[in-house]
Design a protein around this ligand. Sequence first.
Ligand SMILES: [Zn+2]
Length: 61
Amino acid sequence: MPILLILLLGVLAYLYWRRKTTTLTRECRWRRTAPGQWRCAFCGAETASEDSPVLCLRRET
Ligand SMILES: [Zn+2]
């Protein structure tokens, strides 16, 4: 099943890329409060996004 290996490698590469590009701090933790809605448990910021946000909105203020 080589295609499964290719898919697995793709997922791993994607996760690695996301980890390298994220700007989240250890203190910023996004929690899904509803489908498409995220809330940061640390700074209280809320946002609408399909995927987990990669930016702590606290930095923008
Ligand atoms: Zn935050």
